[in-house]
Structures are given as structure tokens and as C-alpha cells.
Write a protein that binds this ligand. Structure first.
Ligand code: FPP
Length: 246
């Protein structure tokens, strides 16, 4: 369902999703429209990501998962992949001090196998230095794919069965869910995607089984502002969530 710029009544209920997922889409198109290289869109996109993360925490979001790099994004030109990895390096180096002041738990979800050694090191430092925080959990999906995540979870359960440690009859949704990167977190309430693409792109496919979707086709991620998040929350508040019931 699309979502436009409808004026809201002043007294609109402010209902904030506990777990918000954001597909930060449209960086390349934003740059192209300005005659800039795609990388320029990612640079601005990374700045917007930092601003919106802080705003989510301020609004009371408890879990924020952002799609930074998918398992399929390695297919992009080498210089674009390098540019995104460099932005991540820069973000992690600059944020290590910030993380001390902010009450955010930082976690990375996705496969770590293909990541460069220095990025792995920065990720471990960020996770270790924020693990004790009590505020919002920020999951950065990096080298992440929902299908790969579920496959890895199934493989792990199969290994337990093969080792004689698990009865196949004991495998249920709960047990599989616990093997996911987000196994200790609540399901996703709202998935937000700017840029006019109406798909999930292998993002949190298990966790979003009952998520609401807000596709904002009038904005690209580098233009995204706090007010756009407010618009999405207002739309979310209007949704009647029945979780399969009546
Ligand atoms: C999608 O837009 C965006 C990405 C694949 C990369 C997202 C990365 C960032 C926002 C910056 C780095 C992140 C961190 C955490 C520092 P697109 O390139 O597919 O845009 P297009 O659809 O217009 O081509």
C-alpha cells in the first residue's frame, strides 16, 4: 500500500513501532539526478542514516534494523562496493567515541565470512563497547540475506539432530527463530522503504511475517528527514493489526 503526504489531524495518535526495519533505498538515483557518481548518494545516505538513528532512539523505537549491504550487493561494481565498505569503516571509527555517550546497543547481522579483517575488528569493538547499554538496539544488516539467514538456522538445527542432541519432533517455529541473528529480539512491526520500490529484497523475511509496510514513493533515502519518519509513524498508527485474528 502506498503512502502519500496526507495532512494529519493534530491529535493523531503517536504509536511507535517497537521494532522498525528500514531499507535505505534510492542513493544511486539521488546521485544520478544530480549528475554525481553513485558513491555520492551513499555518502549522503550514510549521513542520513546517522541522523535518523538518533531520531529513532529519541522517538522511543526499541529495535532498529537497517539494510546497509545485502549478500547480493557484492555484484555491484568493485568501486561502489569499496565506497560502501569505506563509509562503514568511517562510521565505525567516528562512532566508537559517540557510542560511549549514547545509550545504543550496536549489533551487526549477516555473514561475517566475506568481510575484511579490519572491518571485523571494528564491528567487534562496536559490539563489545555497547553490549551493556540499555537503550535502543541498532542492528546493521551487513552482508545480510534473509534466505541465507534461515538456511543457516536450518543447518544448525540439522547438525544438532545429526549429533543426537535434538529430536526432529522438537523443531518448531520458536526453536528455528532462536537461531536467527535476531533470535533474542521481537519481530518487526514496521518496514519502511523509500524510493518507490515495493519489495522486501530478502530483508528480514522471517521477522516481518506480520509487519506493516510503508512504501514511500515520493522520497529517496538521501533526502529523508525526521518529518518523513513522523509521516511513516502516523501511517503505522492508522493500521489495524490483527495478526491473523479478527
Ligand atoms: C540502496 O540504494 C543502498 C545501499 C545498497 C547501500 C546503503 C548504504 C548506506 C546508506 C551507507 C553506508 C551505511 C552505513 C551503515 C554507514 P541503491 O544504491 O540501491 O540506490 P538506487 O536504487 O537508486 O540505485
Amino acid at each position: 500500500m502506498l503512502f502519500g503526504r496526507k495532512k494529519q489531524p493534530a491529535a493523531a495518535v503517536r504509536k511507535i513501532p517497537v521494532h522498525l526495519g528500514i531499507i535505505m533505498d534510492g542513493n544511486g538515483r539521488w546521485a544520478k539526478k544530480r549528475g554525481l557518481p553513485r558513491q555520492a548518494g551513499h555518502v549522503t545516505g550514510a549521513q542520513v542514516f546517522r541522523k535518523i538513528t538518533k531520531y529513532c532512539e529519541k522517538c522511543g523505537v526499541r529495535y532498529l534494523t537497517v539494510y546497509a549491504f545485502s549478500t547480493e550487493n557484492w555484484r555491484r561494481p568493485q568501486d561502489e562496493v569499496e565506497a560502501i565498505m569505506n563509509l562503514l569503516r568511517q562510521y565505525l571509527k567516528e562512532s566508537l567515541a559517540d557510542f560511549q555517550q549514547e545509550n545504543i546497543v550496536v549489533r551487526f547481522i549477516g555473514s561475517r565470512d566475506e568481510l575484511a579483517g579490519d572491518i571485523l575488528q571494528l564491528i567487534q569493538e562496536a559490539e563489545a563497547s555497547t553490549a551493556h547499554k540499555t537503550g535502543m538496539t541498532l542492528n546493521i544488516a551487513l552482508n545480510y540475506g534473509g534466505q541465507q539467514e534461515i538456511t543457516a538456522a536450518a543447518r544448525c538445527l540439522a547438525q544438532n539432530v545429526a549429533a543426537g542432541e535434538l529430536d526432529p519432533a522438537a523443531i518448531d517455529e520458536k526453536l528455528l527463530e532462536q537461531q536467527l541473528y535476531t533470535g533474542d529480539q521481537p519481530p518487526v512491526d514496521l518496514i519502511l522503504r523509500p524510493s518507490g520500490e515495493y519489495r522486501l529484497s530478502n530483508f528480514l523475511i522471517w521477522q516481518s511475517a506480520y509487519a506493516e509496510f510503508v512504501f514511500m514513493d515520493d522520497i529517496l533515502w538521501p533526502d529523508f528527514k525526521e518529518g518523513d519518519l513522523d509521516r511513516a509513524f502516523e501511517e503505522f498508527a492508522r493500521r489495524d493489526r490483527r495478526f491473523g485474528g479478527v
